[in-house]
Design a protein around this ligand. Structure first.
Ligand code: FAD
Length: 263
Protein backbone atom coordinates (compact mmCIF):
# COMPACT_ATOMS: atom_id res chain seq x y z
CA UNK A 1 0.00 0.00 0.00
CA UNK A 2 1.24 3.48 -0.87
CA UNK A 3 1.41 6.11 1.90
CA UNK A 4 -1.61 8.37 2.27
CA UNK A 5 -3.01 10.99 4.60
CA UNK A 6 -6.29 10.07 6.36
CA UNK A 7 -8.76 12.91 6.93
CA UNK A 8 -11.79 12.29 9.16
CA UNK A 9 -14.36 15.07 8.70
CA UNK A 10 -17.38 15.18 10.97
CA UNK A 11 -19.58 17.35 8.74
CA UNK A 12 -20.58 17.16 5.09
CA UNK A 13 -19.19 20.64 4.51
CA UNK A 14 -15.75 19.55 5.80
CA UNK A 15 -15.88 16.40 3.66
CA UNK A 16 -16.75 18.32 0.50
CA UNK A 17 -13.96 20.84 1.20
CA UNK A 18 -11.40 18.05 1.77
CA UNK A 19 -12.42 16.34 -1.49
CA UNK A 20 -11.60 19.47 -3.50
CA UNK A 21 -7.94 18.44 -3.25
CA UNK A 22 -6.90 16.72 -6.53
CA UNK A 23 -5.20 13.95 -4.53
CA UNK A 24 -8.24 13.24 -2.35
CA UNK A 25 -10.57 10.26 -2.61
CA UNK A 26 -13.67 9.38 -0.58
CA UNK A 27 -13.41 6.38 1.72
CA UNK A 28 -16.71 4.65 2.49
CA UNK A 29 -16.44 1.28 4.21
CA UNK A 30 -13.17 0.49 2.44
CA UNK A 31 -14.43 -2.95 1.37
CA UNK A 32 -13.47 -2.37 -2.24
CA UNK A 33 -11.02 0.51 -2.05
CA UNK A 34 -8.69 -0.81 0.67
CA UNK A 35 -8.03 -4.22 -0.96
CA UNK A 36 -7.37 -2.39 -4.23
CA UNK A 37 -4.93 -0.08 -2.48
CA UNK A 38 -3.28 -2.97 -0.66
CA UNK A 39 -2.67 -4.58 -4.03
CA UNK A 40 -1.19 -1.23 -5.19
CA UNK A 41 -3.79 -1.05 -7.95
CA UNK A 42 -5.02 2.30 -6.62
CA UNK A 43 -3.29 5.24 -5.03
CA UNK A 44 -4.81 8.22 -3.20
CA UNK A 45 -2.65 10.86 -1.55
CA UNK A 46 -5.49 11.77 0.78
CA UNK A 47 -8.35 9.55 1.95
CA UNK A 48 -11.45 11.35 3.17
CA UNK A 49 -13.33 8.99 5.50
CA UNK A 50 -17.11 9.48 5.36
CA UNK A 51 -17.88 7.19 8.30
CA UNK A 52 -17.84 10.07 10.82
CA UNK A 53 -20.26 12.28 8.86
CA UNK A 54 -23.50 11.66 10.75
CA UNK A 55 -25.66 13.73 8.39
CA UNK A 56 -25.14 11.26 5.54
CA UNK A 57 -25.89 8.16 7.61
CA UNK A 58 -29.23 6.58 8.44
CA UNK A 59 -32.63 5.95 6.91
CA UNK A 60 -35.81 8.01 6.82
CA UNK A 61 -38.99 8.44 4.77
CA UNK A 62 -39.61 11.69 2.88
CA UNK A 63 -42.90 13.52 2.21
CA UNK A 64 -43.31 11.61 -1.08
CA UNK A 65 -43.12 8.29 0.82
CA UNK A 66 -39.67 7.46 -0.55
CA UNK A 67 -37.14 5.57 1.58
CA UNK A 68 -34.11 7.88 1.85
CA UNK A 69 -30.80 6.28 2.75
CA UNK A 70 -27.71 8.31 3.62
CA UNK A 71 -24.74 7.64 1.35
CA UNK A 72 -22.54 6.46 4.23
CA UNK A 73 -25.13 4.03 5.59
CA UNK A 74 -23.84 0.47 5.93
CA UNK A 75 -25.42 -2.54 4.29
CA UNK A 76 -26.13 -3.95 7.78
CA UNK A 77 -28.13 -0.85 8.71
CA UNK A 78 -30.15 -1.05 5.50
CA UNK A 79 -30.79 -4.76 6.13
CA UNK A 80 -32.02 -3.98 9.64
CA UNK A 81 -33.83 -0.68 9.20
CA UNK A 82 -35.20 -0.39 5.64
CA UNK A 83 -38.37 -2.12 6.82
CA UNK A 84 -40.56 0.04 4.56
CA UNK A 85 -38.95 -1.58 1.50
CA UNK A 86 -38.47 -5.27 2.41
CA UNK A 87 -36.98 -6.30 -0.96
CA UNK A 88 -34.23 -3.71 -0.55
CA UNK A 89 -33.56 -4.77 3.05
CA UNK A 90 -33.32 -8.35 1.83
CA UNK A 91 -30.86 -7.34 -0.91
CA UNK A 92 -28.64 -5.63 1.68
CA UNK A 93 -28.85 -8.61 4.03
CA UNK A 94 -27.36 -10.88 1.35
CA UNK A 95 -24.36 -8.74 0.39
CA UNK A 96 -21.05 -10.51 1.12
CA UNK A 97 -20.60 -11.55 4.75
CA UNK A 98 -21.11 -9.82 8.12
CA UNK A 99 -17.74 -8.04 7.97
CA UNK A 100 -18.56 -6.59 4.53
CA UNK A 101 -22.08 -5.61 5.59
CA UNK A 102 -20.92 -3.90 8.76
CA UNK A 103 -18.38 -1.70 6.94
CA UNK A 104 -19.51 -1.43 3.31
CA UNK A 105 -21.88 1.40 2.38
CA UNK A 106 -24.59 2.02 -0.18
CA UNK A 107 -22.73 5.11 -1.43
CA UNK A 108 -19.52 3.14 -1.91
CA UNK A 109 -21.32 0.38 -3.76
CA UNK A 110 -23.17 2.73 -6.12
CA UNK A 111 -20.07 4.89 -6.71
CA UNK A 112 -18.00 1.82 -7.52
CA UNK A 113 -20.70 0.35 -9.83
CA UNK A 114 -19.13 -3.09 -10.01
CA UNK A 115 -20.88 -4.97 -12.87
CA UNK A 116 -21.84 -7.68 -10.35
CA UNK A 117 -22.87 -5.48 -7.42
CA UNK A 118 -26.31 -5.80 -5.84
CA UNK A 119 -27.36 -2.19 -5.11
CA UNK A 120 -27.19 -1.02 -8.74
CA UNK A 121 -29.97 -3.51 -9.55
CA UNK A 122 -32.10 -2.29 -6.64
CA UNK A 123 -31.55 1.37 -7.49
CA UNK A 124 -32.25 0.94 -11.20
CA UNK A 125 -35.34 -1.24 -10.76
CA UNK A 126 -36.82 1.08 -8.15
CA UNK A 127 -36.06 4.15 -10.25
CA UNK A 128 -34.07 5.63 -7.35
CA UNK A 129 -32.58 9.11 -7.26
CA UNK A 130 -28.90 9.47 -6.41
CA UNK A 131 -28.26 12.66 -4.44
CA UNK A 132 -24.94 14.53 -4.27
CA UNK A 133 -24.18 17.86 -2.60
CA UNK A 134 -25.13 19.79 -5.77
CA UNK A 135 -27.63 17.71 -7.74
CA UNK A 136 -29.97 14.76 -8.02
CA UNK A 137 -29.39 12.08 -10.67
CA UNK A 138 -32.08 9.63 -11.83
CA UNK A 139 -30.88 6.02 -11.78
CA UNK A 140 -31.63 5.76 -15.51
CA UNK A 141 -28.96 8.42 -16.14
CA UNK A 142 -26.57 7.42 -13.38
CA UNK A 143 -25.24 3.99 -14.48
CA UNK A 144 -22.99 4.47 -17.51
CA UNK A 145 -21.23 1.14 -17.98
CA UNK A 146 -18.86 -1.12 -16.07
CA UNK A 147 -17.42 0.89 -13.12
CA UNK A 148 -18.68 4.08 -14.82
CA UNK A 149 -21.22 6.47 -13.33
CA UNK A 150 -22.47 10.01 -13.84
CA UNK A 151 -20.50 11.17 -10.77
CA UNK A 152 -17.82 13.80 -11.35
CA UNK A 153 -14.36 13.50 -9.83
CA UNK A 154 -14.62 14.03 -6.07
CA UNK A 155 -18.44 14.19 -6.12
CA UNK A 156 -19.97 12.14 -3.31
CA UNK A 157 -23.27 10.38 -2.84
CA UNK A 158 -24.98 11.90 0.17
CA UNK A 159 -28.31 10.13 -0.13
CA UNK A 160 -30.27 7.67 -2.26
CA UNK A 161 -34.05 8.11 -2.52
CA UNK A 162 -36.05 4.96 -3.32
CA UNK A 163 -39.68 5.07 -4.44
CA UNK A 164 -41.37 2.09 -2.79
CA UNK A 165 -42.93 -0.35 -5.28
CA UNK A 166 -46.29 -2.08 -4.76
CA UNK A 167 -44.45 -5.41 -5.01
CA UNK A 168 -40.78 -6.25 -5.45
CA UNK A 169 -38.17 -8.96 -5.00
CA UNK A 170 -34.47 -9.49 -5.57
CA UNK A 171 -33.29 -12.92 -6.66
CA UNK A 172 -29.56 -13.55 -6.51
CA UNK A 173 -27.74 -16.56 -7.98
CA UNK A 174 -24.59 -16.50 -5.88
CA UNK A 175 -21.09 -17.11 -7.13
CA UNK A 176 -20.10 -19.16 -4.09
CA UNK A 177 -16.47 -18.11 -3.84
CA UNK A 178 -17.02 -14.34 -3.88
CA UNK A 179 -20.64 -14.13 -2.61
CA UNK A 180 -21.28 -11.61 -5.41
CA UNK A 181 -24.10 -12.42 -7.84
CA UNK A 182 -23.24 -14.55 -10.84
CA UNK A 183 -26.53 -13.09 -12.06
CA UNK A 184 -29.18 -11.33 -10.00
CA UNK A 185 -32.46 -9.66 -10.92
CA UNK A 186 -34.50 -7.03 -9.10
CA UNK A 187 -38.15 -6.77 -10.15
CA UNK A 188 -40.23 -3.78 -9.01
CA UNK A 189 -43.93 -3.37 -9.77
CA UNK A 190 -45.30 0.17 -9.66
CA UNK A 191 -48.83 1.36 -10.42
CA UNK A 192 -47.66 2.56 -13.87
CA UNK A 193 -45.56 -0.47 -14.87
CA UNK A 194 -42.87 -2.98 -13.96
CA UNK A 195 -39.13 -2.37 -13.95
CA UNK A 196 -36.61 -5.21 -14.22
CA UNK A 197 -32.90 -4.62 -13.54
CA UNK A 198 -30.20 -7.22 -14.07
CA UNK A 199 -26.73 -7.32 -12.51
CA UNK A 200 -23.81 -9.70 -12.90
CA UNK A 201 -24.69 -10.58 -16.47
CA UNK A 202 -23.55 -7.84 -18.84
CA UNK A 203 -20.08 -6.49 -19.47
CA UNK A 204 -21.79 -3.06 -19.65
CA UNK A 205 -22.88 -3.45 -16.04
CA UNK A 206 -26.40 -3.24 -14.69
CA UNK A 207 -29.18 -2.99 -17.29
CA UNK A 208 -32.96 -2.96 -17.63
CA UNK A 209 -34.53 -5.89 -19.49
CA UNK A 210 -37.04 -4.08 -21.66
CA UNK A 211 -38.86 -7.16 -23.05
CA UNK A 212 -39.53 -8.51 -19.57
CA UNK A 213 -40.72 -5.10 -18.40
CA UNK A 214 -43.23 -4.90 -21.25
CA UNK A 215 -44.51 -8.45 -20.69
CA UNK A 216 -44.76 -8.08 -16.91
CA UNK A 217 -46.45 -4.69 -17.13
CA UNK A 218 -49.42 -6.34 -18.82
CA UNK A 219 -49.25 -9.69 -16.99
CA UNK A 220 -47.32 -9.75 -13.69
CA UNK A 221 -46.75 -13.49 -13.60
CA UNK A 222 -43.81 -15.89 -13.91
CA UNK A 223 -45.58 -17.40 -16.94
CA UNK A 224 -45.27 -14.06 -18.75
CA UNK A 225 -41.49 -14.40 -18.45
CA UNK A 226 -41.38 -18.03 -19.58
CA UNK A 227 -42.77 -16.99 -22.98
CA UNK A 228 -39.82 -14.66 -23.61
CA UNK A 229 -36.52 -15.48 -25.28
CA UNK A 230 -33.51 -15.04 -23.00
CA UNK A 231 -31.62 -11.76 -23.61
CA UNK A 232 -28.95 -11.83 -26.31
CA UNK A 233 -25.98 -13.81 -24.97
CA UNK A 234 -23.57 -11.77 -27.10
CA UNK A 235 -23.26 -8.91 -24.62
CA UNK A 236 -23.07 -11.20 -21.59
CA UNK A 237 -20.00 -11.69 -19.41
CA UNK A 238 -18.28 -14.95 -20.21
CA UNK A 239 -15.73 -16.28 -17.73
CA UNK A 240 -14.70 -19.44 -15.92
CA UNK A 241 -17.84 -19.23 -13.73
CA UNK A 242 -20.29 -19.23 -16.63
CA UNK A 243 -20.40 -18.38 -20.31
CA UNK A 244 -22.68 -15.82 -21.96
CA UNK A 245 -25.40 -18.33 -22.87
CA UNK A 246 -25.52 -19.62 -19.28
CA UNK A 247 -25.80 -16.10 -17.89
CA UNK A 248 -28.52 -15.19 -20.42
CA UNK A 249 -30.45 -18.30 -19.32
CA UNK A 250 -30.00 -17.30 -15.67
CA UNK A 251 -31.42 -13.84 -16.36
CA UNK A 252 -34.69 -15.43 -17.45
CA UNK A 253 -34.76 -17.91 -14.56
CA UNK A 254 -33.98 -15.30 -11.90
CA UNK A 255 -36.56 -12.89 -13.34
CA UNK A 256 -39.28 -15.53 -13.12
CA UNK A 257 -38.21 -16.39 -9.56
CA UNK A 258 -38.26 -12.72 -8.58
CA UNK A 259 -41.80 -12.32 -9.92
CA UNK A 260 -42.91 -15.38 -7.95
CA UNK A 261 -41.22 -14.05 -4.82
CA UNK A 262 -42.82 -10.62 -5.31
CA UNK A 263 -46.22 -12.29 -5.27
C1 FAD B 1 -15.76 -10.56 0.36
C2 FAD B 1 -16.61 -9.51 -0.27
C3 FAD B 1 -17.87 -9.88 -0.74
C4 FAD B 1 -18.70 -8.92 -1.32
N1 FAD B 1 -19.91 -9.31 -1.79
C5 FAD B 1 -20.71 -8.40 -2.36
C6 FAD B 1 -22.01 -8.76 -2.82
O1 FAD B 1 -22.48 -9.89 -2.71
N2 FAD B 1 -22.76 -7.79 -3.42
C7 FAD B 1 -22.31 -6.50 -3.54
O2 FAD B 1 -23.03 -5.68 -4.07
N3 FAD B 1 -21.11 -6.13 -3.09
C8 FAD B 1 -20.30 -7.03 -2.50
N4 FAD B 1 -19.09 -6.65 -2.03
C9 FAD B 1 -18.67 -5.22 -2.18
C10 FAD B 1 -19.17 -4.43 -0.99
O3 FAD B 1 -20.56 -4.24 -1.10
C11 FAD B 1 -18.51 -3.05 -0.86
O4 FAD B 1 -18.90 -2.60 0.38
C12 FAD B 1 -18.89 -1.99 -1.86
O5 FAD B 1 -18.58 -2.36 -3.16
C13 FAD B 1 -18.08 -0.72 -1.64
O6 FAD B 1 -18.59 0.00 -0.55
P1 FAD B 1 -17.61 0.68 0.47
O7 FAD B 1 -18.44 1.57 1.30
O8 FAD B 1 -16.78 -0.32 1.16
O9 FAD B 1 -16.71 1.63 -0.48
P2 FAD B 1 -15.15 1.86 -0.53
O10 FAD B 1 -14.43 0.59 -0.74
O11 FAD B 1 -14.73 2.69 0.61
O12 FAD B 1 -15.08 2.75 -1.85
C14 FAD B 1 -15.37 2.23 -3.13
C15 FAD B 1 -15.36 3.38 -4.14
O13 FAD B 1 -16.45 4.25 -3.89
C16 FAD B 1 -16.00 5.58 -3.57
N5 FAD B 1 -16.91 6.04 -2.53
C17 FAD B 1 -17.11 5.52 -1.29
N6 FAD B 1 -18.15 6.12 -0.70
C18 FAD B 1 -18.61 7.06 -1.55
C19 FAD B 1 -19.68 8.01 -1.52
N7 FAD B 1 -20.52 8.12 -0.50
N8 FAD B 1 -19.85 8.81 -2.60
C20 FAD B 1 -19.03 8.71 -3.69
N9 FAD B 1 -18.01 7.85 -3.77
C21 FAD B 1 -17.81 7.01 -2.72
C22 FAD B 1 -14.54 5.42 -3.17
O14 FAD B 1 -13.80 6.60 -3.40
C23 FAD B 1 -14.11 4.27 -4.05
O15 FAD B 1 -13.84 4.73 -5.35
C24 FAD B 1 -18.25 -7.57 -1.43
C25 FAD B 1 -16.99 -7.21 -0.95
C26 FAD B 1 -16.19 -8.15 -0.37
C27 FAD B 1 -14.84 -7.73 0.16
Amino acid sequence: MYDFELVKPSTLQEAVAALKDDEAQALGGGQTLLPTMKARLAMAGKMVALSGVAEIKGICTDDAGRICIGGATTHATVAREATGFPALASLAARIGDPAVRNRGTIGGSLANNDPSACYPAGALAANAVIVTPDREIAADDYFQGMFETALDEGEIITEVKFPVPEAAAYEKFIQPASRFPLVAVFVAKFSDGVRVAVTGASSDGVFRWAEAEAALSSDFSAEAVSGLSAPDAGGMISDLHGDGAYRAHLVKVMTARAVKAAH
